[in-house]
Design a protein around this ligand. Sequence first.
Ligand SMILES: [Zn+2]
Length: 297
Amino acid sequence: MRCSDHEGSGQGERLQARDSQNGRNMYRDVPLIITATPNVSWLYPEVRYPRTIEALVQEAARCQAAGAAILHVHAEAQWAETVEALQSASDMIIQCGMSSLPIPERMDVFHQGADMISVIASHHDEAFSEVDVHVLHPREELIEYAALARAYGVKLEMEIWHAGSAWNLRYMIDRGLLEPPCFTSLFFGWPGGTWSPPTVEEYLSRIRVLPLDAVKTVSAMGGEQLQLLATAIAHGDHVRVGTEDHPFNRAGEHASTHELVAEIVELASALGRPIASPAEARTMVGLPGRKAVRGAA
Ligand SMILES: [Zn+2]
C-alpha cells in the first residue's frame, strides 16, 4: 500500500461530485481536523506564547477543549521532555515542527515516539521579522526521513509550499516511501522565496496537483487567513491556527491559540462542518491510538 498517485482536485470537490441526489454538500460529513500552533509568531515576535513545558501542557488542554485535534509544537529545544509531558497529559496528535533543523537534531522526536514530524518537501527560504531562514533539503533527505518514519512509526507531515513541493511529494509516492494517506500542510502567504499568494485561486490550483486521498491542512499568514481557511473548511479540507501562523482574532486583536481555535470552531459550525476529536483525527490520518504508539516505542 502507498499513497495514491491519482491526480485530482480536493476531497470536497470529489464529494460534491457524488452529491447531486439530496442537494446537500457531502463535505459536511468530513470532520474538520484543527491543528493548533501555540508557538513563536514569526512575524510578530512580541506576541506571548507558552515557552515552558508546563505552560505548553496547559495551553494544549485549552486548545483540545476548544476543538483542536493536533498540536504543532517547537518544544524550545527540549524535544524529549516536551513530547513526553504532552503524551502523558493529552491525547491530541503531537506534531513536531521546526522542519528547518537537520535530522541529527530531530532524533529525539523519533526516539520519543511523537505522532508526527514536519518535513518540508522543498527548501526553506523564509523572510521572518527577526530571522532569515535558508536551508537546502535534497531529495536524499526526504528518503532518509521516510526510512526513519517507517522504523520509528512516526508519521511524516509533508509541508507543501508550492507546486514544486507537490512534485517532490510525487517523487516519494512513486518510490512507495509514504504510508497512505499522505498528510500534507499547504502554506500560503508566508514571506520569503517560497511565498505563494494567499488567494482562493492559489489554494484551488495547489490541491489540484496533490493526490486525491491526501489529507490537506491549510496554513496562511496575514489578513487573508480567514478567507483561505473558510474556503478550505467549505471544501472539505482542514486548517491550522495559532500564534505561529497569525496571532490575531477576527476583531484584529492579539489572541491566544485556544481563542483562535474557538473562532474556527464557530466558523466551521456556521458552515456545517463537524469537528474531529483527536481519536477521529487519528483514524482519518492513519495513526494508531496513543497506547499502540507507546507499546511500539
Ligand atoms: Zn512550526
